[in-house]
Structures are given as structure tokens and as C-alpha cells.
Design a protein around this ligand. Sequence first.
Ligand code: FAD
Length: 531
Amino acid sequence: MSERSAQTTDLFIIGGGINGCGIARDAAGRGLSVALAEMNDIASATSSSSTKLFHGGLRYLEYFEFRLVREALVEREVLLRAMPHIAWPMRFVLPYHKDMRFESDTPTSRLLSLAMPWMKGRRPAWLIRLGLFLYDTLGGRQILPGTRTLDLRDTPEGAALKLHFAKAYEYSDCWVEDSRLVALNARDAEIRGARIMTRSKVLSAQREGDLWRVETQNTETSAKTVHYARMLVNAGGPWVGDIIQTKLRSNSQDGVRLVRGSHIVTRKLFDHGKCYFFQGTDGRIIFAIPYETDFTLIGTTDAEHDDPSVKPECTPEERDYLLNFANQYFAEDLSAEDVVWTYSGVRPLYDDGASSATAATRDYTLKVDKAGGAPLLNIFGGKITTYRRLAEAAMDKITAEVPASKGAWTAGVALPGGDFPVDGVAALVAELRDTYPFLTEAWALRLVRAYGTDARHILAGAGAVPDLGQDFGATLSEAEVTWLMEHEFARTAEDVIWRRSKLGLRLSADQVATLEAWMAEQRAQMRAAAE
Ligand SMILES: Cc1cc2nc3c(=O)[nH]c(=O)nc-3n(C[C@H](O)[C@H](O)[C@H](O)COP(=O)(O)OP(=O)(O)OC[C@H]3O[C@@H](n4cnc5c(N)ncnc54)[C@H](O)[C@@H]3O)c2cc1C
């Protein structure tokens, strides 16, 4: 038996990834009533498995994706200003050597092989410069510095690389903590009145006249609930097609192409804060990025992935591909023993009929379906970088069906904890250490990078470490976990150590088990209090 949810909302959103949560925040801020159902944890699928870059996508220029690149480049600085805690500028070092190849099916490589057949698919230096010139100018930078040429001999950037790399180009993009971005959008949506339901799987949705009738099931209690909404948004990411076919039983022809991308994490491989952009002889590119202070993140691959219900995992072949790719550049050879963690995600790309996974468009497509009653919006594709713009574009379509009292508002409005200047991290760290002298520099920085000014609330009133309650290890305290459970929808240890933080890289199995048991106890108490 299903219970009926009390309220009919303007919007019901399926999926708590960055696109669902970004739309929920935007819509709630415009005064619409919003419910969002996520079958697992917030950001449990693609939105915690990205390369974590706010970037224009240098390589998309070779596919002539100028609209997407320009929008993403402009957006980088809008996002930096709104979340200076979880996003920051990063310099990218692109070592040059003459044997770099194009991906063979880009429009640029086809043009060049006609005009300059003697290049035999090689990517010339002038083309890289031209690309970087466009990259610097298309986006109208104010915060981020432009491109420069770098001599790799006798520099820290060159020291980690093989000797024959003498020259590099250095340009700007940004880093973002992807899963925290989703959690903060969800939190802000909730603050603005949205109802965020995690561990709530949408079983079916059907039109009943002007309304959608949506049935969800709580995956912890198995309880079913019926909700009604004026409009439905399908932001199911890799499941967008599955939702259309099996939950909505629609015969829409739009398809999604699932492309798996895997990353490996090694111990720290170089002693500077810049990221490497490596070009391979197969035309692909990978990044090697400073990660979580003591580690290096290397990725990604592009592999077809047929079934969203198959959990994406980095295969031994993908791991070895990334190691071999990196070994073409790094002075010190890496092997499988150097890999401390891997993760993998599935890109839900709009199926534009491209020949290869690498070539499939990274742009987003929004489709409204009004077949016989209440409207449905299906979301295909998109990037972390363009999530706010995608939400605005989605709101244009949504407010055409369900009018809102307010217009676009998210540009320039900080996410929770992000209400401080772009260059204000050091000052906030100093303030916290001043007020809470027991904090080490690394601990204070971790809190500021995760919570920004909200770190003040987590620490409030503590005079010494024991005041923060149980110590779970690696500076994770009971006060922090309680905050995550009360304000950021965390339910399990995995939510805390892999999505609200990356403390999974530091905590032992025993420490994780202690955290899990403590959180289970808290959940039981919360359930008892609610009954
Ligand atoms: C390897 C890789 C690297 C990437 N790197 C970058 C990058 O550096 N920069 C960038 O800008 N972009 C990057 N991207 C792209 C970006 O990560 C994705 O475009 C984005 O995360 C997609 O978000 P989403 O909300 O559409 O999907 P998801 O995050 O997958 O969210 C969909 C959610 O829907 C839920 N769901 C599905 N079915 C149901 C149901 N029946 N009921 C309830 N909930 C349901 C799922 O559990 C899931 O959480 C990368 C992607 C990959 C895979």
C-alpha cells in the first residue's frame, strides 16, 4: 500500500545529481514548490565521479563545440565567485612534443589532413597556440591568468617529467569538489523550501490529467509514497533513458549514450600545485592533478558502457592504459602497486550519432514532452561546469509551463558557506585558527575548503578538541558528522568519507566501521524521534 504525500508540488525532479539539484535550487529560489527524489545518496552516480574541473574543455575546440566551450569558459568565474571554498583556480601545464596526434575524427583533424597531409595526424605547435589563444579570449577572464610558454628545463614543473620535454604551455582552468557542489546545491534548495528525499527511488510516474502521479519507494524502509506534481523533470543522468522507457513508459525516440570514464589515484607524484595535461599518441588526452594534498589523480578513459545498472568500475585494462599513458611523461615509472584508489563514472551523453565515445557531444539537450497532459522535461548530457546554465535553460522551459514569480537569480548568489571573497581562504583559515587554537593548519584548511564560513557553525563553542565529541580519526569529529547528517543529507559512513569528504583515503577499515556504527545509532535515534 502506498501513502499519499500531503502536497501537490509545482515540480517533481527525479535524480539528485548536479543537474537535478541545480534545477531544484534554481526553481525553489524562484518560488516554485519542489520535490526531488534520489534513489541513493546525493551525487552517488556521475556527479561524484568526474575529473572535478570547471573547464571550458580545450579539446572540444577541435570538435568546433564553440557554443559549449564559450559558455563553460565564461561560467568558470561566475562559479568561482559563488563558491570560493569548494572551487579554486588551477594552472595546467601542457608539455609539447612533436609526435602528439589528433583524435582522427575531429573536424579539425579532417581539415588539417586535407590542407597539410604531410603532418600525418600530428598536432602542430601553432594549432595548440591558436587553441589556447581562443581559450584565453572566448571566456572574458577577470580572475584567471592567461596562457604563457614555459621552459621545462630547471623548473619544478619539468623536474617530474622525462628529460626530452623542454617546452610547455601553461593555461588556466579551475578545480571543484564535485560531490560537495551537489550537496551544497541540495542544501540551498532545501533552505529555499525544496523537499529533498534521498534513498527514494521513483518506481513509476504517470499522467493523471493535468498532474503527474509519481510513486517512490524508500530504499531503507521499503515504504511507498505517492506524490503529485504539475511538471516532472527527468534528471536521471545515466538512467535518463531507462526512466523514459520503464518508469514513464514513453515511446520517446531520444537516446542516451553511456561512456565510462575511470580515474586512478596514486601517492603524490610531484611537488607543485599545477596540473598536467598530457596528450597521447592515440589522440586522447589525460590529466594528472594534485589531489587531496598527498595524492595525484590521473584520468580519464573513454569506454562504452551499455547498462546503467552495472556499477562502473575501473578495469585492469583501463588502469594499465592510464599508467602507460602517464609513463610516457613522468620521469619515474608508475606501476599497478602505486595505485591507492580508483573510481569510475558514466557520462550520460545525448546520442548524437557520433562514431566514437570520445567524439560524442558533451553539450546538453533539453526536451519537453507534453504528449497528452502534464509536461515532462528530459535532461540529456551536460557538464558539472555548465550545471547552473543548464538549470537556467531548464527553468526557461519549466516556467513556460508552470509560471514562477521570479526570474533568473543564481548568477552571483553564493552557495552555503561561500559568502567570502575569492581570495579569502587564507584569511578564513587564520580566523578559524585564531578562534579555535587547537586546529592545525591542515585541519582548518580542510574545514574551510569543505564548508567555507559554515565551518564556524560546526566548531561553534568548542574550546578544545574533546568539545567536538567523538574523534573518528583524520580530524573527522562527531560535530562534523552531525552537521553532515543534519544539513547535508548524509546517512552512512560511505556518504561521509567518499562524497561529503575524501577522508576514505586516510581512515582505516576499523575507523570506518566505528563511524558506520555511530551513524547507524544516530539514524535509529532520528527515526525514533520522528515516530
Ligand atoms: C569520468 C567523467 C569525468 C568528467 N569530468 C568532468 C569535468 O571535469 N568537468 C565537468 O564539467 N564535467 C565532467 N563530467 C561530466 C559530469 O560529471 C556530468 O555531466 C554530470 O555529473 C551529470 O550529472 P547528472 O545530474 O545528469 O547525473 P548523475 O550525477 O548521474 O545524477 C543522476 C541521479 O539520478 C538518480 N536516479 C536515477 N534513476 C532514479 C530513479 N528511478 N529514482 C530516483 N533517482 C534516480 C541516480 O541515482 C543519480 O544520482 C565528467 C563525467 C565523467 C563520467
